[in-house]
Design a protein around this ligand. Structure first.
Ligand SMILES: [Zn+2]
Length: 200
């Protein structure tokens, strides 16, 4: 079974640094200790070891243009037999676009800095892609806040509240716990998936 582990990272720091997802990923993995992890399936501590690596692409928006990185994702295997891909929370499972890319598109959309056509052109995305992200954002905002509260909080306010949190990973972890998928993840997880955010 193919399962992922969500990893925490300091979101705000990342936004301020304006670093690339690739640099952040490499620095995150440099500090990652597989022997300290808890298996999200069986709960055992220190029972995971490195199983394999695979390549994955991730799209960033740097210097006004799309940049595609290739990331080397580590997969752990636990003595219980489950495998876990290690993904920091700025990687959205099943999305080739990184979290920063999506949040930036959404922020510029809500700030109405330009027309929707210009926005899509600037980010190199189609109008239907933008609509899918907006719809996903609205649905998940409502899931998170509840229908009534969601009506009182604009998209921009909600986005701002996420970006200004002291630790985005707290939100990311809580979201995964409640909805068993990541924020802005559109595809559902496989049936035997036990995605979990780990503490730093
Ligand atoms: Zn296990």
């Amino acid at each position: 079974t193919y399962i992922m582990i969500r990893e925490n990272s300091l979101f705000c720091k990342l936004v301020r640094i304006k670093s690339s997802s690739k640099i952040l990923f490499d620095s995150f993995m440099a500090g990652f200790r597989s022997e300290l992890q808890t298996c999200p399936c069986c709960g055992a501590k220190g029972s995971c070891r490195i199983h394999a690596y695979y390549d994955r692409s991730l799209v960033d928006f740097i210097g006004g243009t799309q940049v595609r990185h290739s990331l080397c994702i580590m997969r752990l295997i636990c003595t219980c037999g489950h495998t876990h891909a290690i993904l920091p929370d700025f990687i959205i499972p099943y999305s080739s676009y990184g979290l920063f890319f999506l949040l930036r598109v959404l922020a510029e959309y809500f700030l109405r800095l330009s027309t929707v056509e210009r926005l899509c052109e600037r980010f190199g995305i189609t109008l239907s892609q933008l609509r899918r992200w907006l719809q996903l954002f609205r649905v998940q905002k409502e899931d998170w806040l509840g229908v009534l509260s969601s009506m009182e909080v604009s998209g921009l306010s909600f986005l701002k509240s996420l970006l200004t949190q002291p630790a985005y990973s707290d939100f990311a972890s809580a979201f995964v716990r409640r909805f068993t998928k990541s924020f802005l993840q559109s595809h559902k997880n496989p049936a035997l998936y036990c995605q979990q955010a780990f503490g730093p």
